[in-house]
Each structure stands twice: as C-alpha cells, then as structure tokens.
Design a protein around this ligand. Structure first.
Ligand code: HEM
Length: 471
C-alpha cells in the first residue's frame, strides 16, 4: 500500500491541475467573447430551482421569470444549468438557423428504455437518414390510405363506451393512439403479436418516469426487462416479414427496405429502437391533445354546436355506410381551427431539450458549452403580443395565419415532429365520431391540470358519456 500511495497522490494532483487549467482556459475564452451569462437565478447548489418549478404551475414559474428577467434567462433544473428562451427569434436560432450548435439531450435512463439508436437522440447524418425514412412512412400519400383504417380504430375504441358510463378520457384516447401507432408502424398485425406488444409496452410506459434504478422488482427494472422482450417480439416480426417478402408501406417495411450506397442495411436493433421511439413519441402526446380537445369543447357549448353542425353535415352526406374520405378530413374548417387552438392552449411539449455543444453567443448573452438551451414554446404560445387574450379559447384567431415561428406545437427545424399530420388526422377523425355520436359531461374537477409529464386535465378528465341516439 505504502508503495502505491505516491502514485495515487501524483495521479490526483495531475487530474486537479488539468481541471484547473481547462477551467481557466474556458473562462478566459468566455471573457474574450465579452458575452455574459443571461440574468436569472440558479437556486440552491445541486438542486437549483427544481423545487420551485415542480411545486407550482410551470406556466406561472416560467412567465414570472420572463416578466422579471426578460426574454432570455438562466436557471438550474435537476442539477442542469439552463438558459431559457422565450421569443420566436430565439427559438428559431436554437432549432433552425444554429441547430448544429445544439444537440438534443435526454437523460440516459430514458435513452436506455427507448433504445440508443432512436432518431431523436441523434444529430447529423444518421439522424437525417432515419428521419427521411420515418417521414416517408408518414407522408400525406401514406396517410391518405390510412383514413378508413384509423376511422375503424376510432369506432372500435368508442364501441365499449356504454350509455351513461364514466370513462377516463385520457386512458381511452391512449388506447386509440396506441392502435393508430401500431397501424402506422406495422400495418395490420396479427392480434396475438399486437397483444404481446401492448402488454410489454405498457410496462415500459409505466416505468418511463419512475426512479431509474436497476434494483430487481422496481418499476424501472421491470420496464428494462419489458423493453428487452419488446426487442425480441420486434425481431420475430421482422423475421416473419422477411420470410413472407411483404412489401407494405408502413414504417417497418420502409426501415427494412432501406439500403445504403454500399449495400448496408439497418440492423434489427436499429429498427426496434426507432419503432419503439416512434410509438412512444406518438402515443401520449396525441392522447393528451385529444383529451384537451374534449375538455375545451365541453367548456365551450357554442363552439361545440358549430363543430357538431360541421361534422353532422359530413355525416349526413356519407349516410351510415360511406366512410370518411381524405378530402373530407382536409376540409373540416371549423374543427381544424379547434384543433390548432387546443394545441396552442395546451402546449403539450412545453419546451424541447437541447444542449449547447460549444459556447454560443445570442444577442450578447452567453450560452456556455454543456448548458441546456430550452426555447419555451408555452411562453410563446401564451404571449399576448402574438395571441391576444391568450388564456381565451378562441379558434377564430386562426382565420388569419399566425406570425412566423409563433405557433410551434410540433416543434421546429431539423427535429420538428414528422407525425404532425398523422396526429391532426387522428384527432379530426376522433372528433367527427365523438360529436356525431355522443354528448358528455365532465365529472369532478373542471379546471385542474396535472403534468404527467405532459399537461393533462386533472385525473385524465373523467367524463360521463351518453350516446346521442338514446337522448
Ligand atoms: C399532438 C401530438 C403530437 C405532438 C404535440 C408532438 C410534438 C412533437 C414535438 C414538439 C417534437 C419536437 C421535439 C424536439 O424538437 O426535440 C416532436 C418530435 C417527434 N415526434 Fe411528435 N408530436 C405529436 C405526435 C406525433 C406522432 C403521431 C408521431 C408519429 C407517428 C410523432 C413522432 C415524432 C418523432 C419521431 C419525433 C422526433 C423527430 C426528430 O427528432 O427528428 N409525433 N413531436
């Protein structure tokens, strides 16, 4: 032991000297750029302002900060120093014009559950390649063919709602968005495999926001095991698909058929990670949006009447036998505006996670390398300068197009949501059948919000539903 002690001391001294020097160099470089850190407060050591953020409505937390410090401010959340940006120009700077200086950043525990090859963890050539494939499976042409199938799924989801029954709106919408996700990814999947996927995906989903520990029996550990099983199920589906040589237009086929210039193909792990990633990105977001639509329509009876009139006219035209057509879904003028206004009001993704990969200067302020840079969509969507009376649910505001970069429910730039048209389509189809077949009354609290982590009406909006024909 005596013999190695000097070596240990020497190694430690070298590490400290190295850290000291690199810190000084970084500080000197920063001083040379003259940029200073944005105003704001960093809270307590280690925990920063995490407690302040999580103990109050995030809307209030961020808007109070914006009022106090202006459009750009610093804070510290969960031990991460962050720069928050609240203007459309700043959002464009981070997500579009200087996107190469900011990489997407997610906790490692989440990455392990989704799979490290999922496109949204990446930047650069791999991301561009995968994104093109995902976009191809979600193109307007592909969606047009999905309309009757999504409609069948909406009808099937509503079939179990007995007259006078209280449903948990979010849970019901989640079932529907999951089925639409499976349809988009796999086309028509054998019911046994669909059930297996559903069972294991549910466990992954439940563990996603749990404390990340590998202790057996914990929710996170169970989620990791379920994730492994999901990978195996997807591998089996891939084997079957290869044997049958099916040439479908769904995401799985697009990923399977990709060949690089040198003839390389995607491995099963690459395919599984991206499939689970897309399913994850598609489910809770869309279900949350649909739950908000149900709530806003419930709270605005006059508006509900106009949406009903629009949808009943379509229903009357189609009769009981004709399915909804693509053109009809593209011409729901009033309902479409309701969807846009719901997305603005709810701002499901309050901000995207980015990290500066170099020291970056914006309007004389420094965003240091390694700090998070978060454009606050929610603040932009609720800024009266862009949306007068922002707390008022007013779809008619979309009779004129919003100013550029002020409406970003689906993000912006290189990572903007490739599923935005699908999400809107399934919401429109769901509304069509909801308002033509049901009336509903919210049960319990009419105003609370919970963050799960997406904002949701309290308890997932329990609602009592009645079939229209029986009233
Ligand atoms: C109302 C529903 C939805 C909302 C509000 C939403 C919102 C978003 C936002 C804001 C982003 C950008 C995140 C960032 O910049 O870091 C995003 C990315 C993404 N979304 Fe959506 N999304 C929805 C539905 C969907 C659906 C239905 C799908 C697929 C079927 C989907 C797939 C994805 C994927 C794969 C990404 C990552 C794109 C990339 O990194 O290039 N989303 N979504």
């Amino acid at each position: 032991m005596d013999g190695i002690l000097p070596y240990i001391i020497l190694t430690l001294l070298t590490i400290f000297a190295f850290m000291f020097l690199t810190n000084r160099i970084r500080r000197r470089r920063r001083n040379q750029t003259r940029a200073r850190l944005p105003p704001g407060s960093m809270g307590w050591p280690y925990i920063g302002e995490t407690l302040q953020l999580y103990s109050q409505d995030p809307n209030v937390y961020f808007s109070t900060k914006q009022k106090r410090y202006g459009e750009i401010f610093k804070t510290n959340i969960l031990g991460c120093p962050c720069v928050m940006l609240t203007s459309p120009e700043a959002a464009r700077f981070v997500l579009v014009t200087q996107a190469h200086l900011f990489k997407p950043t997610y906790p490692k525990s989440k990455e392990r559950l989704m799979g490290p090859f999922a496109l949204f963890f990446h930047q650069g050539e791999y991301h561009v390649r995968l994104r093109k494939l995902v976009q191809r499976s979600l193109s307007l042409e592909a969606l047009r063919n999905l309309v009757p199938h999504i409609e069948a799924l909406a009808l099937s989801a509503m079939k179990s709602w007995a007259d006078g029954q209280v449903i948990n709106t979010f849970k019901e919408m989640k079932k529907f968005s999951f089925e639409v996700g499976i349809l988009t990814i796999f086309g028509h999947l054998e019911p046994r495999l669909r059930e297996e996927l559903k069972k294991n995906y549910r466990i992954v989903d439940a563990g996603y926001n749990s404390f990340p520990t590998c202790i057996p029996g914990t929710q996170y550990k169970k989620a990791l095991l379920a994730r492994k099983r999901l990978g195996k199920i997807i591998s089996d589906i891939i084997c079957e698909r290869k044997k049958k040589k099916l040439d479908e237009r769904d995401l799985l086929s697009v990923l399977l058929n990709w060949k690089g210039e040198g003839g390389e193909v995607l491995s099963n792990d690459h395919i599984a990670d991206n499939i689970i990633g897309v399913l994850f990105a598609a489910q809770d977001t869309t279900a949350s949006a649909m739950t908000w639509v149900v709530k806003y329509l419930h709270d605005e009876p006059k508006l509900l009447e106009s949406v009903k009139a629009e949808q009943k006219a379509i229903h009357k035209f189609n009769g009981d036998n004709l399915p909804l057509s693509w053109d009809q879904t593209r011409n729901m003028r009033i309902t479409h505006k309701v969807v846009l206004e719901s997305l603005r009001m709810a701002s499901i993704i309050s901000f995207p996670f980015r990290e500066a990969i170099a020291d970056v200067e914006y309007k004389g302020f420094l965003i240091p390398k390694g700090w998070k840079a978060m454009p606050l969509f929610r603040n932009i969507h609720h800024n009266p300068e862009f949306f007068p009376e922002p707390q008022k649910f007013n779809p008619s505001r979309f009779e004129v197009a919003p100013k550029p970069n002020t409406l970003m429910p689906f993000g912006s730039g290189v990572h903007a949501c490739p599923g935005n048209e699908l999400a809107k389509l399934e919401i429109l189809i769901m509304i069509h059948h909801l308002v033509t077949k049901f009336r509903w009354e919210v049960v319990g609290s009419k105003s609370g919000i919970q963050y799960d982590p997406f904002p949701l009406p309290l308890n997932g909006l329990p609602a009592r539903c009645w079939r229209e024909s029986s009233t």
